[in-house]
Design a protein around this ligand. Sequence first.
Ligand SMILES: Cc1cc2nc3c(=O)[nH]c(=O)nc-3n(C[C@H](O)[C@H](O)[C@H](O)COP(=O)(O)O)c2cc1C
Length: 353
Amino acid sequence: MELGSIPKIGLKFLGLLDPERAHRFALRALQSDLLPPPQEPDDPVLHTQIFGRDLANPIGMAAGFDKNAEVAEALFRQGFGLVEVGTVTPKPQAGNPKPRVFRLTEDEAVINSLGFNNDGLDVIARRFSAFVYRPGLLGANIGANRGAEDAIADYVAGIDRLAGLADYLAINVSSPNTPGLREWQERANLDSLLGSAIEARAKTAASTPLLLKISPDLDRSHIEAIAEVALRRRVDGLIVCNTTIGHRQELLSTDRGRPGGLSGKPLFAPATALLAEFYRLTKGRLVLFGVGGVKSAEQAYAKIRAGASAVQLYTALIFEGPDLIARLKRDLACLLEADGLTSVNDAVGVDCL
Ligand SMILES: Cc1cc2nc3c(=O)[nH]c(=O)nc-3n(C[C@H](O)[C@H](O)[C@H](O)COP(=O)(O)O)c2cc1C
C-alpha cells in the first residue's frame, strides 16, 4: 500500500467514529508516527519571523487539538509552522458531560462544548519541558478552571509556570464553554486581568510574548475596548478568534441546535471581518493570528491580507485530514508568487491599507 493513502483511509475510518474517539485515534496515530511526514520542503516565500523566531511557514495548529501537550512535535513534523497547545488550566479537569463534540458535515462545521478538559498545569508543564523538536513557534493557551474563585490567579499561575517554556502564551478569555469566562472581555475586567498578566510576566525571568484570544461574538463597544486596553497594557498580540455561539440560523445539520461553540466554514467570513477590524484599530502595532473557518489557501491568504501574521486552523483538518497542510502551503506559495511577493510579511494587512 502506498504510504500516501494512509491518511485518506484513516480519515474515512475516523469519520465513522464518535468525534472524541476519532480525536483520540488521531492523537495516537501522531504519537506513534503512523502518519507519513510530507515530502516537500516549504517554499522559501512562506518563511516568516514572529517574535524573533523563524517559521518555515505561517500555518498553525489552533488550540484545542493538542490540549495536553502530547503531540506538538509530531504536529511540527506534519508541516505546521506553529503549534498552540492547550487550553491548560491550573488544576486538571474533566470538562462538561458527553456527548460534547458534534460534526456538522453538511455545514463543514463542528460544535463543541468540551469545557477545558485537560491534564492540568503541572503535568502539561512537565511535558512542555521535554519537547526537543520545536522548529517553529510553540505556544501555550492558558485558561481558568471552571468555578475558579479567583480567575486572575489562575491565569497568573499559567504565566508563572509556562513563561519561558512556551514561545508565547495565549490568554483565553473567549471559550463559550466555561461559564463567566467571556466576561473577562469587558473593559474593566480585561484591564485588571491584563494588568496582572503583564505584571506576572515581568516577575518571570522570561519575556514570553502574551497574546489575547478573543471571541467573535463582540459588539462594537467591546471591539473598541479590547483594542484600546490591549494596546495600553502592551500585550504582544491578539488571536482572532475562538468559536461562536451565534450563526446557527445559517446551518443545515440536524445538530445545529447543540450547545457550545461553532467552528469551521460558517465562521470564516465573520472571523475574517473581525480580524480586519482589529488590524485597523490597532494599526498594525500588535501581532495578529487569524483563526476561523480556513480550509483553502485562498482563505489563509485572505486572513493574511486582512492583517494576520500567521493563520491557525482546526475544524478543516477534521474533514480534510493531514494532507490539507501541504496543499494549503503549496497553494499559498503560488498565490504569493502570482502577486509578485517575495515574503508572507509583504502581504500582511494589505487589504486594510
Ligand atoms: C473540538 C475543539 C476544541 C477546541 N478547544 C479549544 C481550546 O481548548 N482552547 C481554545 O482557545 N480554542 C479551542 N478551540 C477553538 C479553535 O482553537 C479555533 O479558535 C476555532 O475552532 C476556529 O478555528 P477553525 O474554524 O479552524 O476550527 C477548539 C475548537 C474545536 C473544534
